[in-house]
Structure formats: structure tokens, C-alpha cells
Design a protein around this ligand. Structure first.
Ligand SMILES: [Zn+2]
Length: 220
């Protein structure tokens, strides 16, 4: 590497006045004897002299870019927030869960009553704030079979009901049942006997537990 190369490397520092004393002296000495490097320095100084304007423009561009980035980040954050809120709302409205047996006093508030040969599944009190009644079958081996799944029709011996709520309903604890108990027609006793249904029960599907509400009289 000859002196010119070294000096050209140092020139930008020299022009910005950040050279150490020794380097500065060396550069100055070389510049006195080398018109080539002197020209190079003049070029650098010209660039420096027009740089404030350029800096302003660059700064403006950077600021604009930062503003756009901030805006983009803001928009994306807002979109994500809306998405999460809508998802939560959708989940709360649409997904159902079995009602808490203890919280709603299910065994005390759910019963089957016989009326004119018809069996009625009744719900009163806080339990009547349910949104769906979900049926289940039981078979003679004590298995519980979801209504919509395949099951052995010949071995079924009971019908169970589970009260379900939308997730959102379980937050609002509203008591409807004391004024208007809910009653659902299960069928006539005769028809249930024909179908070999021996019992009707409330089915706590969380704990896989039956609460017997009605049993057919085998002595008939
Ligand atoms: Zn030189």
C-alpha cells in the first residue's frame, strides 16, 4: 500500500476533523506534496458542504418512513385486537358447556313429572337459565352414548338429559325458573316402555354421573 492509498483512507476522517494529531500531521505533509490527494480532499469537502441539505432530506425521508412504520404497526395491532375480540365473542356465543351441577343445584331443580300419561322433563330455579338440552342414551351395561353417535338400539335402556349453556350465559347468572319452570315432553309412558326405556336421568357428562329422575315400574 503506498502513501496515497493510506491518505485516501484517512481523508474522510481528516475532512470531518476527527483525525488524531499524528495522523493529521502526516496527512497534511502528504497533501503538500500530492496534488492528487489534495483534489480528493476538495471533493470530500464539497460533499460535506452540501450535506446539510442532503441530511435534511434524508432525515425527512427517515421520519416519513418511521411515521409509515408506526402507522402500519398501529393498524396491524388494531387488526389483531379486533380479531382477538371477535374470536372471543364468537367463542362465548357459540360454544356451549355443561351447566355446573353444584352451582345450579341441578339435582334439586330438575325432575320428571307424569301428566296424563305423558312424561315431562322439568327444570326450575337457576337451572332454567340453560340454553340447550342435550340428550344421551344409556345401555344396559351402563355406558352413556351420545344421541348423535352410533349406538346399539336394542341394548339402550335409559334416556339422559344434560343442560348446556353458551359460555356467555354462564357469566350472567340469571334466575328465570322460579317464575316459569321449563317443561319438555319426553313421550308417553306407554311409548317409552315399548322402546325398552326403563329410566330417565339427568346426565352430568363432566363427571359421568347419573341422577335418576324416573324409573318404570317393572311390576306393571
Ligand atoms: Zn497522494
Amino acid at each position: 500500500m503506498n502513501n496515497c492509498d493510506i491518505v485516501k483512507d484517512l481523508l474522510p476522517l481528516y475532512a470531518d476533523d476527527v483525525c488524531s494529531g499524528e495522523s493529521r500531521k502526516a496527512v497534511e505533509e502528504h497533501l503538500n506534496s500530492c496534488p492528487d490527494c489534495k483534489k480528493e480532499l476538495e471533493k470530500l469537502r464539497q460533499n460535506v458542504s452540501i450535506s446539510p441539505q442532503k441530511d435534511g432530506e434524508v432525515l425527512k425521508r427517515i421520519k416519513r418512513r418511521l411515521r409509515i412504520e408506526k402507522l402500519a404497526v398501529g393498524l396491524i395491532s388494531a387488526a389483531v385486537l379486533v380479531f382477538v375480540l371477535l374470536g372471543t365473542l364468537f367463542y362465548l356465543i357459540n360454544w356451549d358447556c355443561s351447566m355446573d351441577v353444584e352451582r345450579y343445584d341441578i339435582p334439586d331443580n330438575v325432575y320428571v313429572t307424569e301428566w296424563d300419561g305423558m312424561l315431562l322433563f322439568c327444570v326450575k330455579g337457576d337451572a332454567a337459565s340453560f340454553d340447550f338440552v342435550f340428550p344421551t342414551f344409556s345401555d344396559s351395561s351402563g355406558n352413556h352414548l351420545s344421541y348423535d353417535k352410533e349406538y346399539d338400539k336394542d341394548s339402550k335402556n335409559g334416556i339422559g338429559y344434560t343442560l348446556k349453556q353458551r359460555k356467555i350465559s354462564s357469566f350472567s347468572y340469571i334466575n328465570f325458573g322460579n317464575e316459569y319452570p321449563f317443561a319438555y315432553q319426553i313421550g308417553t309412558v306407554e311409548k317409552l316402555k315399548e322402546k325398552n326405556i326403563e329410566k330417565i336421568f339427568y346426565y352430568d357428562d363432566v363427571n359421568d354421573k347419573e341422577y335418576i329422575l324416573w324409573e318404570s315400574d317393572h311390576n306393571d
